[in-house]
Design a protein around this ligand. Structure first.
Ligand code: ADP
Ligand code: MG
Length: 241
């Protein structure tokens, strides 16, 4: 699905990603862990073309993306990669249903009827069909994040990226969002998830990547990385959790 070859990302003098290469296969759930500032968000932003790598390339289903890829090509591929952030970023003046149907009708030119039918199905899958006509301010953080996931799925993405999607939530609301992510993983969605939720990583990840200071230090199955870490930096990180 995604072939990432030798990507580097430099901000000024700060080399944030140092020669990262990895492949993400269709249906795989990859969890990325690592200390704050290690480049996890920057890596996800490169996968979504919010940032272009300074060097190296990303091959997404045969399309090569690198630092001078044209904007109209990027726009096409951005619609195929959904992203969910720590902050929910719902449009406050739109209802839940309008939030979910906006991009499909405006960007993909899907009819309003079709977009609404699909939005209601998605709301059902995240357990919120009764909130279709509510406004974001009337929802809890966990409910807003579930709407944000439904909104991303409405674009029928090939890959879903999650950047600390539960970090801003009150502890009692984390579980409902993780459950939606777990359900999504079981549908076969390709997912790249940055999270501090090690329980989720153990249970759902096909592969865990430990990043530190812009490099992939170690990766493997959850059993490998959590149960039998090889690198000192991984061991030290896991000890502190
Ligand atoms: P993580 O998500 O692992 O905490 P980030 O990818 O957010 O790490 O950040 C890695 C490093 O890149 C940090 O030192 C951060 O300050 C720097 N950085 C991230 N985005 C930018 C940017 N747009 N401009 C300059 N520096 C940035
Ligand atoms: Mg981050």
């Amino acid at each position: 699905m995604l072939k990432i070859s030798n990507i580097k990302k430099v901000f000024g003098h700060n080399e944030v990603l140092k020669d990262i290469s990895t492949d993400i296969t269709k249906g795989e759930v990859v969890v990325i862990i690592g200390p704050s500032g290690s480049g996890k968000s920057t890596f996800l932003r490169c996968l979504n073309y919010l940032e272009l790598p300074t060097s190296g390339e990303i091959n997404f289903k045969g399309q090569i993306i690198e630092h001078n890829t044209k904007e109209h090509v990027l726009d096409l591929y951005r619609t195929k990669i959904g992203m969910v952030f720590q902050s929910f970023n719902l449009f406050p003046h739109l209802t839940v249903l309008e939030n979910i149907t906006l991009a499909p009708t405006q960007v993909l030119k899907v009819s309003k009827d079709e977009a609404q039918t699909r939005a209601l199905d998605l709301l059902q899958s995240v357990g919120l069909q009764e909130k279709a006509h509510a406004y974001p301010r009337d929802l809890s953080g966990g409910q807003q994040q579930r709407v944000a996931i439904a909104r991303a799925l409405a674009m029928k993405p090939d890959v879903m990226l999650f950047d600390e999607a539960t970090s801003a939530l009150d502890p009692e609301l984390v579980g409902e969002v993780l459950k939606v992510m777990k359900d999504l993983a079981h549908t076969g969605m390709t997912m790249v998830v940055v999270t501090h939720e090690m329980g989720f990583a153990r249970e759902v990840a096909d592969r865990v990547i430990f990043m530190d200071k812009g490099v992939i230090v170690e990766q493997g199955t959850p059993q490998d990385v959590f149960g039998n870490p090889k690198e000192k930096r991984t061991i030290d990180f896991l000890k502190k959790l």
